[in-house]
Design a protein around this ligand. Structure first.
Ligand SMILES: [Zn+2]
Length: 294
């Protein structure tokens, strides 16, 4: 963990739970793509700059999740670097309580206000075309979260953020976090068609051919949707449905998982309703979901 891996002439990543891109944009000057999950991860990333005599100019965030932004405060405090985030991700990064508030759907209890869901705050600016290094492209990847982006570097390396889970992660956790199922599936279809010298997913192995993993993630998404639709054979409330999902997929319930998987299941229910497969009903002062044909 935390070794620096070179993937092209000027492009590297630091192996970590959420990979950090390191790109040399001028002799002796680097920028990062994401920052590591916390201060201790960021310190290990910084040790590579010191070893190479690099100075850190800026951090480009893919999205606002704390496992990608948690190192920014430390790195900004020791280097004064700028940090940029796209669209609504900039708001979620600047106002760190938005994340647990979004997941909980109200003022979050202490169980949801810890460092895995709330990064320390830091100064973050909106990502604009002018803020990008010369020759870089952003790639819109909505679905996993509001305005997630990937980055293509001038040496044709694509950092693809969180739109793909590894096969092992999918087998173990089944429901990977997402916000908008329709947008997520559209993003994956586009990703499956993409070409690059190498792709760096944050949570899966680097690869020159992204299509097979994109297809596996598309299939896994449809499978979760099908399973949820099947669980709505009789009218069922959200917490009962979530309990059945955890039992069926053999997941371990915690407050955090209730919030993360729960939010994702809510998004799937909206998707299934929009597809005409399930519908909401009010019964005995409860909001229930049931298959639309019933
Ligand atoms: Zn994420």
């Amino acid at each position: 963990m935390y070794e620096l891996v070179q993937v092209a002439e000027h492009t590297y990543y630091v192996e970590s739970p959420a990979k950090v891109g390191v790109v040399e944009v001028a002799p002796g000057e680097v920028v990062l793509i994401d920052s590591g999950g916390d201060r201790s991860a960021a310190k290990k990333v910084r040790a590579h700059f010191d070893a190479h005599g690099w100075c850190l100019r800026a951090i480009y965030l893919t999205h606002s999740h704390a496992d990608h932004t948690g190192g920014c405060r430390y790195l900004q405090s020791v280097t004064g670097c700028a940090v940029y985030a796209p669209g609504a991700e900039q708001a979620f990064t600047a106002w760190t309580w938005l994340e647990p508030t979004y997941l909980y759907g109200g003022y979050p209890p202490a169980e949801l206000r810890h460092k895995f869901l709330v990064a320390q705050s830091f100064e973050v600016q909106p990502l604009t075309p002018e803020a990008l290094p010369e020759g870089w492209e952003t790639i819109d990847l909505p679905g996993h979260f509001f305005h997630m982006v990937g980055y293509r570097t001038p040496d044709d390396v694509v950092f693809i953020a969180d739109c793909l889970s590894s096969e092992a992660t999918l087998a173990k956790y089944r429901v990977s976090f997402l916000y908008d199922v329709t947008a997520y599936l559209q993003t994956l279809e586009r990703v499956a068609q993409m070409q690059a010298r190498i792709f760096v997913p944050a949570h899966a192995a680097v690869t020159g051919d992204i299509a097979p993993l994109a297809r596996i993630n598309i299939e896994a998404t449809h499978q979760v949707a099908d399973d949820l639709a099947a669980l709505c054979e009789q009218p069922i409330g959200f917490d009962d449905l979530l309990a059945r999902v955890f039992t069926r997929y053999d997941l371990r319930m915690t407050y955090e998982q209730h919030a993360l998987v729960g939010s994702t299941v809510r998004s799937y229910l909206s998707y299934l309703a929009a597809e005409g497969r399930i519908k909401p009903v009010i019964q005995d002062n409860r909001w229930l979901w049931v298959q639309a044909a019933r």
